[in-house]
Design a protein around this ligand. Structure first.
Ligand code: 5AD
Ligand code: SF4
Length: 363
């Protein structure tokens, strides 16, 4: 293997051109990058994978992102909102099965009813589970007050993807209006940080018109933002969205998968102590996609624990896997033996080490 490549891998500081070379690696070189990132993860965080039981609370959304299957104008999306009781039962499932953390995701709404319902649910979940669960929210752009209210109610972490750090590309995948403004998204990431959340963001890989240069800049953006957590995955076209007609211009799906794995690996090299999720969109391309992400430096899995009645309707993209929770956890257990000796850290909340370090928390 080429010496320059090995030299780049061993660095701790990476230039744009280093990252470009890493992202362009193929075959043996690519495998080397992925393996190396897994070693960096092991050194910094240990050989363990944290779980977050994912609850898809509602697919109502006020936004119209051009890529997303649950966008407001998709009249073919059957809308649902879980009952409180269903959310609490899912939380109890996570608690009893020692997942130790929950992630609550929904389309974006900002009505006072929605805001206070979330706060109430967070409090009820804590009461029901002995205040032992870590709670991640992924509920979009909100006011400073709302973020504060949810943080005060007991949520610990928040995921808000930037989707792409290129403002022009951002414009091309969103309607051009105040609801879909790049600067607002950035401002929200700052609000989350000010509110004291562990802050996560991420991007989609393989978007129409996205270049390697964009992805390099995304990596530098994530580093510069000094994030605590990241969730990123391949873009998967959905037939009921405005971007669907561009499907022939996309990279083949396996290339999107490989590029995602390389992005995860590069991010691990840039930020060794953050939490990186092995996202479900990878599994849409290849059934063992998430396990490959774990072998490339990711350290978080989010098994879907949404009551199965509603599972089919949270379709951000097509082909989203619909696996029952009990099967999924069995798959995970098998992953433990098959994938590089990684162990699932049952019973551990798995808060971001990076967050702990930047805020100087002792626990
Ligand atoms: N393909 C992949 N990811 C998608 N998301 C939305 N639509 C798609 C799609 N078609 C991701 C976005 C969003 C998250 C909730 O889901 O990154 O932030
Ligand atoms: Fe709504 Fe999020 Fe989909 Fe955009 S990506 S339409 S905000 S659910």
């Amino acid at each position: 293997m080429n010496n320059t490549f090995l030299h780049i891998l061993k660095q701790t500081v990476f230039s744009a051109s280093d990252l470009e070379q890493l992202l362009c690696s193929q075959d043996e070189q690519m495998q080397h990058l992925l393996n190396h990132a897994a070693i960096v993860r092991d050194r910094s965080l240990g050989k363990q994978v944290f779980l977050r039981g994912l609850i898809e609370l509602s697919n109502y959304c006020k936004k119209n992102c051009y890529y997303c299957g649950i966008r407001k104008d998709n009249k073919n999306s059957l809308r649902y909102t879980l009952e409180d009781e269903e959310v609490l039962r899912a939380a109890e499932f996570a608690y009893k099965n020692n997942y130790a953390s929950l992630a609550i995701q929904a389309g974006e709404l900002a009505t006072p009813q929605f805001t206070s319902r979330i706060a109430r649910l967070i409090e009820k979940i804590h009461q029901l589970t002995n205040h032992s669960l870590g709670i991640t929210l992924s509920l979009g752009e909100q006011s400073r007050q709302t973020y504060q209210q949810w943080r005060n109610a007991g949520a610990h972490r928040y995921l808000l993807r930037i989707e792409t750090s290129n403002p022009d590309l951002y414009k091309s995948i969103h309607p051009d209006d105040d609801l879909h403004d790049y600067d607002t998204r950035l401002e929200c990431l700052q609000r989350l940080r000010d509110t004291g959340f562990q802050v996560g963001t991420g991007i989609m890989i393989g978007l129409p018109q996205q270049s390697i240069h964009d992805l390099v800049n995304d990596l530098l953006f994530l580093k510069e933002q000094d994030i605590d957590m990241c969730g990123m995955g391949p873009y998967i076209e959905h037939r009921e969205t405005p971007l669907y007609p561009l499907r022939d211009s996309l990279l083949p799906k396996m290339e999107r998968l490989h590029l995602t794995l390389k992005m995860i690996a590069c991010l691990r090299l840039l930020l060794p102590d953050i939490n990186i999720a092995a996202t479900t969109a990878l599994q849409t391309i290849l059934s063992e996609g998430r396990e490959l992400a774990l072998q490339a430096g990711a350290n978080v899995l989010m098994p879907n624990i949404t009551p199965s009645l509603h599972r089919n309707h949270y379709a951000l993209y097509e082909g989203k896997p619909q696996i029952a929770p009990s099967h999924e956890i069995e798959d995970l257990m098998q992953g433990k033996t098959h994938y590089g000796g990684l162990k699932i850290a049952f019973g551990e909340q798995g808060n971001s080490l990076h967050y702990r370090r930047r805020t100087n928390h002792k626990d």
